[in-house]
Ligand binder design. Structure first.
Ligand code: GAP
Length: 513
């Protein structure tokens, strides 16, 4: 097992052990790719959602919120293109009976070639030391050039076969590259087929009168169909945005990597309605704005990168992903899409109702273009959890497991710990708890030795521990212990609220944006 796999396994088991994430219906042996959030996970998730909501809706006077239903009229999904085009190419292995995404098998093959390139680069670095010039090395090393050419030609062929729905060529590519089932090594593949990712369900009790519905695969369509309702009732002027958070459902063929790819997940999406022709400006603006939101959390600039799309979705004229360095490599965390007027036009076409904006200055109506930002809440949760879990070796050689979660997102902002369970210390602790609990989520713990209590708070990411001891009885001062440095400081109880505010209030963190 390599270090990255090892770290990822630790994240998954930590998430369970400390009440962040549980397998759904675990006592029934679980349900594949469906997860429940435990007592600490629910808090962390709520805080991420709130941090996003405040940054998008409250900070921007021209963005408002929405909470549309999961069930929508089935024709919505015909209009949006999801019935016809929301497919993944799948292939089965005849021997192992395992099912895979054909494009992912081919992409994984390319990733292996990329690893070989990295190996060559590392060799070069060793050989040339300080004189190593990466750009020159990549452009002159014969092996690397061959590897890169191979990746490019495979990627180009895959993109064109998928674009042209040429699934037999996708299968041929798998065979030519001699790609084997990663689990069994078998190369005995079925034909490649398209598989629609939407979950179907029925509305109505009597089967003959019931209507076929879909569980929404994205929250965005709820925004599009309410565009005029919000614009008119809120007297919104272009440019303006509508944001919402909520569940989405996809019958993923290969649901894996814990909460990275789930069948039921939550999205935080914003559609920004703009004047046609201004989409390049707004695309740049939202790319920068969203990256800044991520960077404000202080998890490290090097963990993010943009990946601009070559192959665009049917509705987009430009698209990029903000990728995050997960334990299994850089992967999509958020998408920023210039969606043109595709969706509003489609809904106009299917409903016969005009979805236009009357611009009083121009004295004309037009169909707005749309800039979308779309982030998976669960993926953001995984990004935070996986990059925060750290094992430190202390001076006495013991290991401290600590979640260095950005304190604004931490489930509890502070823990109140009476040193002993007597002499009136718990009573003072309770009084402090009551004074703080309406401003912040704070934890009270009087069980076990203080060291063990500190460790429990480290493991769930509580940034501050407040210890009430015998000195408190005399001068109403307490000890504050800081999670990251483990340093301690003596402060008066009156200073606690401003101190927690400084470390963990949304206001302070959002001010960095
Ligand atoms: N409205 C546009 C849209 O839905 P997307 O790229 O398909 O675009 C947006 O999804 C975001 O939703 C992704 O960047 C990812 O964070 C999250 N997401 C998508 N599928 C997911 C899944 N199966 N499990 C968890 N998160 C998912």
């Amino acid at each position: 097992m390599n270090n990255k796999e090892d770290h990822f396994k630790k994240v998954i088991s930590h998430a369970k052990e400390y009440g962040f994430v549980f397998q759904s219906s675990e006592i029934y042996d679980g349900l594949n790719a469906v997860y429940d959030y435990g007592q600490n996970g629910a808090e962390l998730k709520k805080n991420i959602r709130e941090y996003w909501w405040k940054a998008m809706v409250h900070i921007n006077s021209n963005i408002v919120g929405l909470d549309s239903a999961i069930f929508m009229h089935p024709t919505v999904w015909k209009a949006s293109g999801h019935v016809d085009a929301f497919n993944d190419p799948l292939v089965d292995n005849k021997d192992s009976k395992k099912r895979y995404r054909a494009d992912v098998l081919i992409e994984d093959y390319c990733s292996k070639i990329e690893l070989k390139i990295n190996k060559e680069i590392n060799k070069g670095k060793k050989r040339y030391g300080d004189d190593f010039d990466l750009t020159e090395f990549i452009s002159t090393n014969k092996k690397i050039i061959d590897y890169q050419n191979k990746i490019d030609s495979i990627s180009k062929r895959l993109a064109s076969s998928l674009e042209n729905e040429n699934l037999s060529d996708v299968k041929q590519l798998i065979e030519e590259l001699e790609i084997a089932d990663p689990l069994t090594g078998s190369k005995n593949w079925t034909d490649v087929k398209q598989f629609n990712l939407m979950f179907g369900t029925k509305l109505g009790a009597a089967s003959e009168h019931s209507t076929d519905l879909y569980l929404r695969p994205e929250t965005a369509q709820g925004i599009f169909v309410n565009f005029l309702n919000v614009q008119k009732s809120g007297r919104m002027k272009i440019p303006f945005g509508i944001a919402q958070t909520g569940k989405a459902f996809r019958n993923e063929i290969v649901a894996r990597q814990f909460i990275f790819r789930m069948r039921e997940f939550e999205q935080m999406e914003m559609q920004f309605f703009i004047k046609p022709g201004t989409q390049n400006k707004w695309y740049k603006y939202w790319k920068e704005n969203r990256l800044n939101w991520h960077l404000s959390l202080g998890m490290g600039e090097e963990k993010y990168r943009f990946h601009d799309h070559g192959k665009l979705a049917h509705y987009a004229d430009a698209a990029t992903d903000i990728e995050f360095k997960f334990p299994f490599g850089f992967k999509e965390l958020e998408g920023i899409h210039s969606r043109t007027d595709y969706d509003l036009n489609q809904h106009e076409k299917f409903t016969g109702k005009k979805l236009r904006f009357y611009d009083p200055e121009m004295n004309e109506s037009y169909t707005p273009y749309v800039l979308e930002t779309s982030i998976g809440l669960d993926r953001m949760f995984l990004a935070v959890l996986s990059s925060s879990l750290i094992e430190e070796i202390l001076e006495n050689n013991s290991i401290r497991k600590v979640l260095k979660i950005p304190s604004v997102l931490a489930p509890y902002k502070a823990a109140i710990l009476p040193l002993v369970k007597k002499d009136g210390l718990p009573e003072i602790g309770k009084k402090i708890l009551n004074d703080l609990k309406l401003d912040f989520n704070v934890f009270f713990d009087e069980k076990d030795a203080i060291g063990r209590r500190y460790r429990r708070q480290d493991a769930i990411g509580t940034p501050l521990c407040i210890t009430v001891d015998h000195q408190t009885l005399n001068d109403m001062t307490v000890t504050i212990r800081f999670r990251d440095s483990m340093e301690q400081q003596r402060v008066n109880v009156n200073e606690l609220l401003p101190l927690i505010n400084k470390y963990a209030s949304m206001k302070n963190w959002l001010n960095k944006l």
